[in-house]
Write a protein that binds this ligand. Structure first.
Ligand code: NAP
Length: 658
């Protein structure tokens, strides 16, 4: 991928210097043409000289660009900023000297243009210097210590950078890792205070090394019930709390998260493994839910209408559901929390949050930030635990709990629904996926490959929206597969904190072994390995980015959620066949569709059995859009204007007007 090469801006920015020079000197020549045209006596002479000069200018620029490309660019990739600065200044000076010499002839020939030439020369040099400064600023410093990876263009992080969050680069050293881990309380957060867990502590591991990062409080069922007590106590006041203030707490939390994004990203990469640039993207994405719902807090409305018979009035209002249990997975350690916590706070609900045991640190950091931002004690309670079932079961059975919002696997979601049926608990279920990725024969294949890289490789393939199966028209399947294999095969694998790494470890050994078994099954059935295909020996839980071609029907990875960096490709011959393949799954979370035909795009979108569709793009997640699935991917929507409804009840008052 491009992300492995030199900083993408180096060559472009350096050539910018040359192009600016070319521009300025062509402007000079143009002005001279006008000046000379007015000087009848020298018209003939000037015309000849101008032709020669124009050729010289172009030749010098072309030769310099060629020299820079062949000789200069490769050293620039390895050069330090100061060496690069010197190289670019030298090139700039060379151009200056040559051009000034050429211009001197004109100054002699046409004295009237001397002043304008001098002015332009000065402006050109200043512009050139500014470009040189830009080149140096754009360079990625390569210090001896490990450096944060540049955000690959294929992650949605680039978009956030363009939006101006400017999270910047930072040098990561071991002491930073310790500092960010130690900056987070490792205890339970109940009723506004940090407390020990009755069951001692459990270990949080770095999936890239298998080493223990931290010991975190392990709650007992009694701890969890104390958290429910606190949530229940705080519920009436919080429901009546001014919506504007609820929103402002969320907004302050958004600002605080963005201001600490580098540290939070490092913390997330350490516990979850994904590359630092992707963690930064999740920090921004996760924070956006708080900003979005800070704005929604003051838009909770009702309705006043006249009864159809004209006699009564119909009044509706929306009120907070009450204490909620929010259970989140490890794959997006922050965003899966903010997607629930944001609307719950905005709606006026109190809550108990239970993060995944593999990644509790990001959620602990969020709880601390919300506390700092003025969230009253008891509104958000956090219980970390190594035994999810025993800790959540008494909460689900308790009649004081009014809602369960769960994000995780379909199997666990199904079990929790069974428990919730006892109290008819209100539910939101964000469950597993098995997204099909359709490429029709009229698609822009390069764009489809780009989308496929994003849809497959974001989060190391461990996303519920990850493209799980690629169904490609038979006329372009070979081209698509080869191009995708080239892209994935070039991705650098390593610890997420290392520079340029785009494929981090999987979350644990169990997940890596599952991915390996799915690939082995497909290969045994006849699939061709186009790139990758193996687990990586050594510490950590790494699996190579893999593309499998000609995957036979019946291969387990077509029906199972892979949750790893593996792309199986199958071909289809017509639209109906493509749709049949796409819908042949019990899941219905996300789907992707690449075609240039708008009628086909809409026709196929209407028939795809999925809650979300990426049309000619490999990413669907957006805090302003309703995220959620159908079929066994669950129900309920998070984000968008719909998201807050999950935390509100509608009450109707029949008004007698007689
Ligand atoms: P998981 O095993 O279902 O765990 C999810 C959460 O549920 C964790 O906090 C886990 O705690 C807890 N949990 C596990 N067993 C439980 C039980 N018996 N009772 C109560 N809580 C229990 O899922 P995961 O492996 O963390 O996450 C991956 C899955 O989540 C994938 O299927 C993925 O598609 C899905 N996902 C869906 C969405 C979506 O929006 N639809 C988003 C992200 C992920 P422990 O960590 O302690 O086990």
């Amino acid at each position: 991928m491009e992300g492995r090469n030199a900083p993408a801006g180096t060559f472009g920015a350096t050539v910018t210097v040359l192009v600016m020079y070319l521009g300025w000197y062509l402007v000079t020549v143009t002005i001279l043409i006008f000046v000379l045209a007015r000087t009848v006596l020298v018209t003939v002479l000037a015309g000849a000289v101008l032709a020669v000069v124009a050729v010289v200018v172009l030749a010098v620029v072309v030769v310099l660009a060629a020299v820079l490309f062949v000789v200069g660019v490769a050293p620039l990739e390895r050069a330090s900023p100061s060496e690069t600065f010197a190289a670019v200044v030298a090139v700039s000076l060379l151009v200056d000297v040559l051009m000034t010499g050429v211009e001197a002839d004109f100054v002699v020939l046409v004295p009237t243009s001397a002043a304008s030439n001098v002015v332009e020369l000065v402006v050109g040099v200043v512009a050139g210097a500014a470009a040189v400064v830009e080149v140096v600023a754009a360079l990625d410093p390569q210090p001896a210590t490990t450096t944060a990876a540049a955000s690959p263009a294929t992650t949605f992080g680039m978009r956030e950078f363009r939006k101006g969050y400017g999270l910047g680069m930072s040098t990561i050293i071991a002491s930073d890792e310790r500092r960010v881990i130690d900056s987070v309380p490792h205890r339970l957060f109940i009723g506004g205070s940090w407390q020990e867990g009755e069951h001692g502590t459990f270990e949080v591991e770095d999936p890239s090394t298998g080493e223990v990062l931290a010991q975190v409080a392990d709650s007992s069922p009694a701890d969890a019930l104390r958290a429910l007590d606190a949530a229940n106590r705080a519920a009436p006041e919080w429901a009546a709390h001014p919506p504007r203030e609820r929103g402002e707490i969320l907004r302050r939390a958004f600002d605080t998260i963005i201001s600490r994004a580098d540290d939070l990203a490092l913390l997330m990469t350490l516990e979850m493994g994904k590359p630092l640039a992707e963690s930064r993207s999740e920090i921004v994405y996760g924070a956006e839910f708080l900003r979005w719902f800070s704005e929604e807090a003051v838009r909770i409305d009702g309705r006043y209408s006249t009864a159809p018979n004209g006699q009564g009035r119909l009044l509706t209002m929306r009120q907070p559901v009450g204490p909620c249990l929010l259970v989140t997975p490890w794959n997006f350690p922050l965003a899966m929390g903010t997607r629930k916590i944001g609307p719950a706070i905005a709606a006026g609900c109190t809550m108990i949050v239970k993060p995944a045991q593999q990644t509790p640190l990001s959620m602990l950091a969020l709880a601390k930030i919300l506390q700092e931002c003025g969230l009253p004690g008891g509104v958000l309670n956090l219980v970390t635990s190594s035994r999810a079932g025993p800790v959540t079961a008494p909460l689900i059975a308790d009649k004081r709990l009014r809602k369960l919002s769960f994000t995780g696997s379909t199997a666990v979601g199904r079990a929790l629904m069974g428990q919730a049926s006892e109290t008819l608990l209100r539910l939101s279920m964000e469950l597993g996926g098995n997204a099909p990725f359709l490429v029709f024969e009229d698609a822009d294949i390069d764009a489809a490959v780009q989308g496929a890289v994003l849809a497959k490789m974001r989060n190391v393939g461990e996303a519920c929206t990850a493209a799980n199966r690629f169904h490609v028209h038979e006329s372009v399947a070979d081209e698509f597969s080869k191009k995708l294999a080239a892209r994935l095969g070039a991705m650098k694998l390593g610890r997420g904190t290392e520079a340029q790494v785009e494929v981090g470890p999987l979350i644990d050994g169990k997940q890596r072994d599952k991915v390996a078994a799915l690939v082995d099954d497909a290969v045994e059935r006849g699939a061709k390995v186009l790139t990758g295909g193996s687990a990586v020996d050594g510490p950590g839980y790494f699996y190579e980015a893999t593309v499998l071609g000609d995957v036979p029907d019946g291969s387990e990875l077509l029906s199972e959620e892979i949750f790893g960096p593996v792309a199986p490709v199958q071909s289809f011959s017509d639209e109906d066949g493509a749709l049949a393949d796409a819908n042949a799954s019990e899941f219905g979370l996300a789907a992707y569709l690449f075609t240039r035909d708008i009628k086909r795009a809409l026709r196929v979108s209407e028939r795809l059995e999925s809650g979300m569709i990426g049309l000619n793009q490999g990413l669907v997640s957006n805090p302003a859009a309703p995220f959620g699935g159908i079929k066994q991917s669950g129900f309920g929507r998070e984000g968008g204007p719909e998201g807050i409804n999950e935390y509100l009840e509608t009450k109707y008052i029949a008004v007698n007007m007689d």
